[in-house]
Ligand binder design. Sequence first.
Ligand SMILES: [Zn+2]
Ligand SMILES: [Zn+2]
Length: 469
Amino acid sequence: MASPLPMGPGFVPHMPFSAGDNECEKYFDLFDFGAWERDQASTPKHSRKSSSSSKSSSSSPSSSSSGLSSKSKKRNLQHPEQTAEVRENGACIKCRIRRVRCDLRVCAQCKKFEYLCIHEQLSTIGPVFINIHDKAGERVRRDDLTGRSVHALVTFSETDASAPRMRLTIQAYDPEKGSRPNASNCAIPREHIPTWDSLVQWAGEQILFEDKTPFLKAVETFIMTYSGRGNEGSQLPKFGLVNRVRQLTCMFKIWMTQHSSSGHSNGIYYYRPPKNDTVRLPFAVHEELRHIAKKAMESLERDILSELDACMTQSKAVQPFEKPLLWVCLWQLLFVYRQLLGSNLPHAGSHRCREVTRRLYTALVAYYTGFFHTPKSLNLELDLSRTRMPQDLRHRMAVLFQNILDTRVGFYQVMQGSKNEFDTLISSTIVENELKKLLKRRSRKSKSSRSTKSSDSRDDYDDDDEEDY
Ligand SMILES: [Zn+2]
Ligand SMILES: [Zn+2]
């Protein structure tokens, strides 16, 4: 279970609706995030232990008979008391994942990077979003929305007409003054509050529309495609996790978009067909969208962290065919928190909140290195052969996944050159280790293809001189 942080000055839990406030109660009725979550969630909830992630336990027993997992299972069976002891004593993240004995506060597994020896659960370190003090869009009057309504097409881009748009209804409070929505005279009418789905859809399209680093783009494209087809994919491995990570990423995009008028084209706009122009979304409406996004993020983050914690337990152990999906999700989450840490948002900037975010980010790095530390984990292969995914789509997913792997080196090299402290953290732990091996392989590969026949030597690596970390 997620446990919020202890409170401190300037660190107010986000309780959006004060009791007894009529307007707010109505608002709350409408914003039944629990119901939304149930609607959206195609997989069971984090908090119900018995029901969660039936996929991973029920899916293909054949798969567990190979590779890492069987090795670790055997080890566990040999030392059941030891494993239990490790868990009780609060083994560090890496040891929990690797199922080895965790001895000291800075244990043998973490000697190289002591700060990665973290003994708490991810959900205990986080969550971050619920503790960010941002009351934007909380209190909205809706009863006196009696003026004209406008069906606006909202967009993240002021100038680019090809940017994705979402239909949004805005209504003025006063019929007299309702002709032009402005900062204070309008809101989203109750019956037109956008659904979680429509927001995710719109922001997701925008995310893919924007230019960015190829690796990041490849990760995002994979995540949006894998889980972006509604419940059709709910039987896929780690679908629930990927889907929540997708939704979190999309909501984060909306929440991070500020209503600033400072030079940047950052903002949310709406398109007015009669005039064929694009204007900034009225402040109040913009903040309502951000508020919806924040509430969604709070719930999604809680579920994601709980699920990641569960993956460290023996009963929910990650199967080999689930690993590539976990790997992609971790990168996407690292990107989200990295962006939050890199931002100068006033509400994310409180010292305490940054500390929590930084710790969670560090813990995610530890988590990553717990799972993906062997040379073998550089050869992740997406295996959807046991799923009912149509073959063309399966092929497409394989191509998208390969694209992530192929763009790694370029991204890792950029990270190595970065002076940013959060990039340095990834760089010294994950990147340095992986890049060394990837470059070695690359040079070997090019040598072998130059010198000898037409062999496709993808699996031809000789990794025995490569150390674990
Ligand atoms: Zn340990
Ligand atoms: Zn450790």
